[in-house]
Design a protein. Structure first.
Length: 216
């Protein structure tokens, strides 16, 4: 049987590693690398895929997607291998790592604690946590986005459904708590969007290729 100190050390290691992985923000990295710019200076000021796309277009959006998806997958894998493999808490380990990855994405120490809203990161995490939950949440997100063209509405609705689906599928108190925390963070990050949705002033999503001119 493992000592409490060993268990605590493992939890701290997974939390720290997942947080640091989350801090690697694809939108900030891509905007600096390809445009010598900071995506947070434009549009909503958010360091996420939507603001990146609205600002720079689709040219390097795949780079943002790749970074945010890979870090999410790596964090869940770490939680599964360490907490699942050593402590026997497979699913709980994945949820635990996912929570800290989202925290790192939203409040990155590398970038003055000003990150993204966690949608792309969370969407990948859902797939890594449970494909059934991902299927329903992604479906809800896509239906609402295409029907209304409000990305924020789809994001908030999918986040709200996450704890409900976790409870239905697993019926586990701890997993539900972690899912509520993750969903709460995503919804909190969209608090201004929610206000604008209620006021009818939220911006709708439009497809385009590129509207950003690089500075000489």
């Amino acid at each position: 049987m493992l000592r409490i100190s060993t268990v605590c050390a493992l939890l701290i290691c997974v939390a720290a590693a997942s947080y640091l992985l989350g801090c690697s923000n694809g939108a900030i990295i891509a905007s600096n690398l390809f445009y010598h710019d900071d995506v947070r200076r434009h549009g909503s000021g958010n360091a996420g895929l939507t603001n990146f796309y609205r600002t720079y277009g689709a040219k390097y959006a795949l780079c943002v997607i790749a970074v945010d998806m890979l870090k999410a997958a790596a964090a869940v894998w770490l939680g599964r291998e360490l907490l699942g493999g050593i402590l026997g808490c497979l699913i709980l380990g994945k949820y635990f790592a996912a929570l800290f990855c989202v925290i790192g994405h939203m409040f990155p120490a590398f970038y003055a604690f000003k990150g993204g809203k966690g949608i792309l990161c969370s969407a990948t995490l859902l797939l890594c946590l449970d494909w059934r939950i991902a299927l329903v949440c992604w479906g809800l997100f896509l239906v609402l986005c295409f029907a209304t063209r409000y990305v924020s509405l789809g994001s908030v609705s999918a986040a709200a459904g996450f704890p409900i689906l976790t409870q239905i599928i697993y019926n586990d108190y701890y997993l539900t708590v972690f899912s509520v925390l993750i969903a709460g963070l995503v919804i909190y990050a969209h608090r201004q969007n929610i206000v604008r949705l209620l006021q009818g002033t939220e911006s709708k999503f439009h497809f385009h290729m590129n509207n950003f001119e690089e500075k000489p």
